[in-house]
Design a protein around this ligand. Structure first.
Ligand code: FES
Length: 110
């Protein structure tokens, strides 16, 4: 089975662009699994962030999946096309990475 991921990418100040990848998968795999596959097999420059991979404890993998905010590590892939975007209400760092740390927990000057 395959899924097509449409990923919204970009950097602050640049117009966002969409890139499409067809990713092989088996039922039960997560969106994060697909994003990691893309980085390993298609484009190592895709910016994503995660720490715990599937424990849903770090909260660092939050993105928009088909228009809804979700954790990429717990959202399941499905056949067809899925659209992945960075969080719209957070400052964009690059691609799917946004600034999610509370202001009082950030390093000064960042
Ligand atoms: S990778 Fe940690 S919550 Fe998703």
């Amino acid at each position: 089975m395959n899924v097509t991921l449409v990923v919204c990418r970009g950097t602050p100040g640049d117009a966002p662009r969409e890139e499409r990848w067809t990713v092989p998968f088996e039922p039960g795999q997560s969106v994060l699994d697909a994003l990691r596959w893309i980085r390993s097999h298609r484009d190592a420059t895709l910016a994503i962030r995660y720490s715990c991979t599937n424990a849903n404890t770090c909260k660092e993998c939050m993105v928009r999946i088909d228009g809804k905010t979700a954790y990429a590590c717990t959202a399941r892939l499905h056949e067809g096309t899925m659209r992945i975007e960075p969080l719209p209400n957070k400052r964009l760092v690059r691609d799917l990475v946004t600034e999610i740390a509370p202001p009082n927990e950030r390093l000064s000057g960042v």
